[in-house]
Design a protein around this ligand. Structure first.
Ligand code: SF4
Ligand code: FE
Length: 489
């Protein structure tokens, strides 16, 4: 099968029989629901760019499994160049959609599971890697969208999976049958879950022997019996139900997160890729997190580019583009965005080949990248709000602008410089509002804080990945505590 077009992707979603709930109601036609549709449009862009002559080289690659052309979002990374292209593609898509386009989680999960299953098989003589390779071929062949399902509900964060009073706080195996396993639990904050064909379930943290039943990795269709989705709210989401498009800001695109409930879901053995090998769960989690924290050096600068463009436009609409402090603040915004991207690129070029043959992004630099992402988007939003003005949060509605009696007042008093229609100024303000407060990723800020792991998770990894003894030796030698280096010998 050829690579799907955006339309074919949307048509393929209509064939799924998903159990989706939103605002306390079951949604049958979720593909056309005005709250959900922008998030589908955002993923559809990952399909569209694979067919455009100018973006095709970035958006597609050759499968190392089949030798056929594949969408980069279903590919295994065959080189550091592939890792670089991934980050560049993500920046491009962030620029085109201004939001989270959701498909990266599956791509990153595929690569982490590919390399980890190889090493599990090497140690235990299991058959996970071959099974997984067959599943990836199927995903590539049908150009599927994959939900990378890692984050568990977690319950009491101070307790291990097996130590929870409620055993379902982490997804676990409840039954082993001759034909497969039965799993139960929930995956929380699942990016693009409702827009995916399949989900790839993985453990969310390091496990010990008593957590064996929680060390499970498997694939299942998103409409498998027992799977339920509860759509996550976004700030101002009901603006999408009001009929107009100005108040929504980024009307066409948006992010998506959902709670995925797995209520005794059967998974056949040929779709099980880890079942009890608890000592490998940290490898899988760290590799996945490494890839996804690298990814944030692509999407976040791409979305940041749009925020900078909107901010610079507002400075023009307000008549102050040449003010020294405005130019300085916009220079700072560009500095922040390029620093994020530089980190993503650095972790790509420093990537390394795994025993399975695909490439892993450098884990230390990926964590540094994500740590910056927990801070810089906040500063970008702060500067955007500073320059755009308080109207970001006080603007009247589109209905007021269109009102036969009071519309003329909105038109008159929300005008900036001559030559720029009031409506354009309102559109730019609501774009900044939606990108800063919600509806995009689902929020550029909070998603940057917690997506791909909260800040402390990166601190732990940075500490673990740093060779402190080496650094101390460097200092001791120069201080003369250890023998000094003789430059002449
Ligand atoms: Fe992709 Fe960024 Fe969304 Fe993660 S947050 S899925 S990297 S766009
Ligand atoms: Fe994310």
């Amino acid at each position: 099968m050829a690579l799907k077009t955006a339309e074919e992707y949307m048509d393929s979603l209509r064939k799924l029989n998903l159990d989706v709930y939103l605002f306390g109601e079951k949604v049958d036609n979720w593909v056309d629901h005005p709250v959900i549709r922008p998030s589908i449009n955002a993923i559809a862009m990952t399909y569209k760019v694979a067919h455009e002559p100018e973006t095709e080289a970035l958006a597609t690659t050759t499968s190392i499994l089949t030798g056929k052309k594949t969408n980069r979002f279903t590919s295994l990374f065959a080189s550091t160049d592939d890792l670089v292209k991934k980050v560049k593609l993500q920046r491009l898509l962030g620029q085109r959609t201004g939001c989270c386009f959701q498909r990266c989680v599956g791509m990153d999960a595929i690569n982490a599971v590919f390399s980890t299953t190889y090493e599990i098989d090497e140690k235990w003589g299991t058959k996970y890697h071959r099974r997984f390779t067959e599943w990836v071929k199927y995903v590539q062949e049908d150009d599927l969208c994959i939900q990378g399902a890692m984050t568990d509900a977690k319950g009491d964060r101070g307790l291990s999976p097996s130590g929870q009073p409620d055993p379902d706080m982490y997804v676990h195996v409840v039954e082993r049958q001759s034909g497969g396993i039965v799993i139960r639990g929930a995956k929380a904050n699942q990016t693009g879950a409702v827009n995916s064909h399949e989900m790839l379930v993985m453990p969310t943290l390091r496990m010990r022997e008593e957590d064996k039943d929680y060390a499970v990795t498997c694939a299942l269709p998103t409409d498998a019996p027992g799977v339920h989705f509860v759509y996550g709210r976004q700030s101002c989401d009901k603006r999408k139900l009001e009929g107009g498009d100005i108040d929504v800001g980024n009307y066409m695109f948006g992010g998506q997160e959902a709670l995925t409930v797995l209520d005794d879901v059967f998974v056949p053995w040929d779709r099980v890729f880890m079942c009890g090998e608890f000592e490998f769960s940290s490898m899988m989690v760290e590799r996945f997190a490494g890839y996804h924290r690298q990814s944030y050096g692509g999407c976040k600068p791409g979305i940041g580019d749009v925020i900078i463009g909107a901010t610079a436009s507002m400075a023009e609409y307000n008549g102050v583009p040449k003010a020294a402090h405005i130019r300085d603040k916009i220079a700072e915004m560009n500095h922040l965005v390029e620093t994020l991207h530089a980190c993503g690129l650095a972790s790509s070029t420093e990537g390394w080949k795994t025993a399975a043959g695909n490439y892993q992004a450098d884990i230390l630099l990926a964590n540094v990248c994500k740590q910056n992402v927990t801070r810089f988007p906040y500063e970008l939003c702060r500067l955007a709000e500073d320059i755009a003005g308080g109207a970001v949060v006080t603007l009247p509605s589109e209905k007021d602008l269109r009102h036969p009696v009071i519309g003329k007042y909105i038109e008159k008093y929300f005008k900036g410089v001559a030559g720029v229609p009031t409506e354009d100024r309102m559109r730019m303000l609501t774009l900044i509002h939606c990108m800063s407060f919600g509806l995009t990723a689902p929020s550029y800020r909070t998603e940057s804080m917690h997506g791909a792991g909260s800040p402390q998770a990166q601190r732990v990894m940075i500490e673990r990945q740093t060779d402190m003894e080496h650094k101390k030796r460097l200092a001791r030698r120069l201080a003369g505590i250890d023998k000094r280096e003789d430059v002449t010998s």
